[in-house]
Write a protein that binds this ligand. Structure first.
Ligand code: SF4
Length: 393
């Protein structure tokens, strides 16, 4: 096994490939100058690190790049570590190990396994990315599997039935994983797997190697060419939200304006058919508005004055700045300064009790709390909520 630091290219990041494969202009804007991280992305990065360490430990893989750290040491370095992270990383590691075991049982050779493997991509000096997990087994004459851990809540698919294409991020990883090892291992079949436990969305797509090579020559190479012309074109789409130019791109603004103009009548007289027509565009319109607002706030925080807007504080809340002082002051007058004892979370209790005994011991006191309701396209993998209609009450 080899594990390298997570390095993603700026312009041609595989995770943003749905953007640059569709919109050539985005590569000019995604030049890295506005690259920033956010808590969700950082959580994802740390979760991958923990998952990789768990897989490495379970399979006793050898890391040629660095010394394998004990899990406790890895956790110490994760400043966003939480029960949720542990649960996702445990599930991911189990899933990868089960996949490897499945392939092993059906063949008589050891599969090749790479975890967090950096792959250079030959279509640009800046192109490259880190593959979460790659497996090459002799199953079916040679099967290359790419597993991608997703920690977000937006459903991701290995195959997009809307566009009729497989997930380009996974496709690019599979292609360059294939190119790295094709001379050593025969490969006939490609399997792309999304593991997205937070919304119970694990899905995969299988194809012959020829389909992947056609993607390279018919989609990838021509798309890269289109980004290297003097004035690359802009093609807005639902991927704009991942583009560095999302708040300032005139083409995106124009596309969203057109959606609202298409309504042609006051919102108060909209019928169901109007709403049905608008629904598929609303996510992008709302996201666009959020992106512009976020941009405007950031600029204001950097000192810019918008002519008709100002920054104000939302309602403040009181905060204890000296806990020791509060404890002393309360105890001096006989008041208990401590909060009531709280029951630990289910993940923590599971750890203390042991997975196999949880149900028997406390199962009767636990039930599933449903989250709030959101409207999503029918293709979303989550089960439809059971709603009691007004008249049925
Ligand atoms: S915001 Fe959208 S249209 Fe504009 S450059 Fe980025 S991806 Fe292209």
């Amino acid at each position: 096994m080899s594990r390298s630091p997570t390095i993603h290219s700026r312009k041609y990041s595989p995770s943003k490939s749905s953007t640059w494969l569709n919109c050539p202009l985005s590569t000019l804007l995604n030049d890295g100058s506005s690259q920033e991280t956010n808590p969700q992305a950082e959580f994802g990065t740390q979760c991958h690190e923990l998952g990789a360490a768990l897989i490495g430990q379970s399979l006793n893989l050898i890391d040629y790049d660095s010394e394998l750290k004990p899990i406790e040491e890895v956790i110490k370095d994760l400043d966003m570590y939480s029960e949720e992270m542990q649960e996702i990383a445990d599930g991911y590691a189990d899933f990868v190990i089960q996949t490897i075991e499945f392939d092993k049982k059906r063949t008589d050779t050891e599969p090749l396994i790479v975890i967090e493997q950096h792959l250079d991509m030959d279509f640009d000096d800046d192109a490259g990315g880190t593959l979460d997990c790659g497996i090459i087994s002799s199953l079916g004459g040679g099967t290359l599997t790419v597993i991608d851990l997703k920690t977000g809540r937006t459903p991701v698919y290995a195959f997009d039935s809307e566009s009729g294409l497989f997930n380009s991020q996974l496709g690019i990883y599979a292609l360059y994983f294939y190119k790295s090892y094709k001379d050593l291992y025969p490969i006939k079949k490609i399997r792309l797997v999304i593991y997205q436990p937070v919304i119970n969305n694990t899905n995969d797509y299988e194809m012959p190697i020829e389909e992947l090579l056609q993607f390279e020559s018919n989609v990838l190479v021509p798309a890269v060419k289109r980004t290297k012309v003097e004035n690359p074109e802009a093609h807005p789409g639902k991927y704009c939200r991942y583009c560095a130019g999302k708040a300032i791109c005139a083409k995106r603004a124009e596309a969203n304006k057109l959606v609202m103009q298409a309504l042609k009548k006051p919102v108060s007289t909209m019928i169901d058919a109007d709403i049905e027509a608008l629904l598929p565009h609303l996510d992008e319109v709302i996201q666009y508005a959020k992106d512009v607002m976020e941009f405007a706030i950031k600029k204001a925080l950097n000192g810019h004055k918008w002519s008709k807007y100002k920054l104000v504080h939302t309602k403040g809340s009181r905060k204890i700045t000296d806990e020791e002082g509060v404890i002393k002051a309360c105890e001096q007058v006989g008041i208990d300064p401590y909060a009531t004892k709280k029951v630990a979370g289910i993940t923590e209790l599971t750890k203390r009790i042991g997975k196999s005994k949880v149900d028997a011991l406390i199962g009767a006191y636990i039930n599933m709390q449903l989250g709030s309701l959101v409207l999503v396209p029918k293709s979303d993998p989550r089960e439809e909520a059971n709603i009691i209609e007004e008249g049925d009450k």
